[in-house]
Design a protein around this ligand. Structure first.
Ligand SMILES: [Zn+2]
Ligand SMILES: [Zn+2]
Length: 408
C-alpha cells in the first residue's frame, strides 16, 4: 500500500489520505451521501433545462420546499435542538415525516452539531466556523475530517431530551429518509405519469435547494458585523451572527440570526412578531398552538429584549426604541436622546407588545432566570440558555448600578 502511494501524484495521495481519515472518524458516509445526492440533483436540473418536467411536478417540488423546510426549522432546530416549545405526539410524528422529507441525517447528530455551534460560535470549536471562510461554513465542514468534542454533560443534555420517536427515526434514517425524500415525490408524480421527474426534480433538486437554504444560516447569517443597521449584537469588525434577509425569506424566518444567538430558547427566533419580521416558522408554531398541538412556547419579553439591546450597544444615550420598515422586514431601532421627534412621527409604538399576555415572561422571572445562571456559574445549552457575553454585560450593568447607588 505504501509502495503504491509513493507512485501516485501528491494531490491524489492527499485526497486518499483525507478519505481514509474521514472513514476513521465515521464521516465518510455523510460526505458520500451529500455528494451522491448532488449528482442526482444535477441530473434533475438537466431534465428541467431540457423541458422534460411537467408543471405539476414543478408545483409539487415548490410545495415540498416549505413542507421539508419546516421539518428542519420548526422540528430539528426550534423543537429538538432548543426545546423552545412542546409538541404533542401527533405533531412530533408529522414533524418527523417533514424532517425525513428534508433528509438531513440523524436528528441527534443535527442537534449535537448545533449545540457545539451555539456554545462556541465562530471559533475553532464550532464545526461550521465562519472565520474559516464562507464556503467552509456553507458546506465545506461536511467534508472536514476534524473531530469536535462536547462535554459529557452537554452531550446528555442534548441526547436525553430527545423523545423515543426521535431515537427511532435516527436508527432507521439511513434507509427511511431517502425513501421519503425521493420516493414519496416520485410516487406522487407517478399519479400523473411523471415519476422519473418526480424522483429527480421534486425529490433531488428540491432536497438540494432546502439543504443549501439551511447552509445559508451558517454561511450568510454569520459574517462581518456592520456599524449600522439592525445587528442585535453591535460589535463591529468581527465575525458573528447577523441578520440576513435572503436567509430569512428562503429559510422560513431563520435569518434574524443575531437575535437567535442572543435568546436561543425563544421559539420565534426573532425579536418581533411574524407580521413585522418574516417568520413562517413562527406562524406555523402559533397555528399549531391554536389547535392545541403546541404548548409551552418560550418567548423573551419585550422589556428584556430592549434591556439587552441597550446593554449590548453600551449606549446610555438611548431614549426609546421605534419599530421601522415595511411589513415583514421591520427592525426595532434606538432613538438617541435629543432626537425624540423620530419617536413622535413613528407610526409604531416604541414598546410593542406583540405576544399574547400568557406567553410573556415577566420581568421578575427574566431576572430570576439570569440570577440562577449567575449563581450556577455554568453555561447550559438546553432550555435556559443565556449567552455568556450577555451575562457578562448584565454583571457589568448591575455593578454599575450598585456603584451609582453607593456614590450618589
Ligand atoms: Zn448561528
Ligand atoms: Zn439555534
Amino acid at each position: 500500500m505504501v509502495g503504491m502511494l509513493s507512485l501516485m501524484p501528491m494531490q491524489v495521495v492527499k485526497v486518499l489520505q483525507h478519505i481514509q481519515k474521514l472513514e476513521r472518524n465515521g464521516m465518510l458516509l455523510q460526505a458520500l451521501g451529500v455528494t451522491a445526492r448532488h449528482f442526482l440533483a444535477a441530473y434533475g436540473l438537466s431534465l428541467c433545462v431540457r423541458g422534460l418536467v411537467t408543471w405539476r411536478t414543478c408545483l409539487l417540488g415548490a410545495c415540498l420546499w416549505p413542507v421539508s423546510g419546516l421539518g428542519v426549522t420548526a422540528g430539528a432546530h426550534r423543537l429538538w435542538s432548543h426545546r423552545s416549545f412542546q409538541a404533542s405526539r401527533p405533531l412530533e410524528v408529522m414533524l418527523l415525516f417533514m424532517y425525513s422529507m428534508a433528509d438531513q441525517g440523524p436528528i441527534g447528530g443535527w442537534a449535537l452539531t448545533h449545540a457545539m455551534h451555539h456554545s462556541a460560535s465562530d471559533t475553532r470549536h464550532d464545526p461550521h466556523n465562519r472565520r474559516e471562510g464562507f464556503w467552509h461554513a456553507h458546506f465545506g465542514w461536511l467534508f472536514s475530517a476534524r473531530k469536535y468534542r462536547l462535554s459529557s454533560k452537554e452531550y446528555h443534555t442534548v441526547m436525553d431530551g430527545l423523545s423515543e420517536l426521535v431515537h427511532l427515526h435516527d436508527t432507521a434514517c439511513l434507509v427511511w429518509d431517502p425513501l421519503v425524500s425521493l420516493g414519496v415525490p416520485a410516487l406522487l408524480a407517478y399519479t400523473w405519469g411523471d415519476a422519473w421527474a418526480g424522483f429527480f426534480v421534486a425529490g433531488a433538486v428540491r432536497w438540494a435547494f432546502v439543504q443549501h437554504v439551511t447552509f445559508l444560516v451558517n454561511s450568510m447569517a454569520h459574517g462581518e458585523l456592520g456599524t449600522e443597521g439592525h445587528d442585535f449584537i453591535a460589535a463591529t469588525g468581527t465575525i458573528g451572527p447577523r441578520v440576513s434577509l435572503l436567509t430569512t425569506i428562503l429559510a422560513l424566518g431563520e435569518g434574524w440570526h443575531d437575535y437567535h444567538h442572543m435568546f436561543p430558547w425563544d421559539y420565534a427566533a426573532a425579536e418581533l412578531d411574524a407580521w413585522d419580521q418574516w417568520n413562517p416558522t413562527k406562524a406555523f408554531i402559533d397555528t399549531c398552538a391554536l389547535v392545541g398541538l403546541v404548548t409551552g412556547r418560550r418567548r423573551c419579553s419585550v422589556r428584556l429584549q430592549t434591556a439587552t439591546r441597550q446593554l449590548m450597544l453600551g449606549n446610555s444615550k438611548v431614549d426609546s426604541y421605534v419599530v421601522e420598515g415595511p411589513p415583514f422586514l421591520r427592525n426595532r431601532k434606538p432613538v438617541l436622546l435629543g432626537n425624540s421627534k423620530l419617536a413622535a412621527v413613528s407610526s409604531k409604538p416604541a414598546t410593542r407588545e406583540s405576544m399574547e399576555p400568557c406567553l410573556k415572561r415577566t420581568w421578575i422571572l427574566d431576572w430570576m432566570s439570569l440570577l440562577r445562571h449567575l449563581l450556577c456559574g455554568h453555561y447550559q445549552q438546553s432550555r435556559d440558555e443565556v449567552h455568556l457575553e450577555y451575562l457578562h454585560t448584565m454583571c457589568q450593568k448591575l455593578m454599575h448600578r450598585c456603584q451609582t447607588l453607593i456614590y450618589a
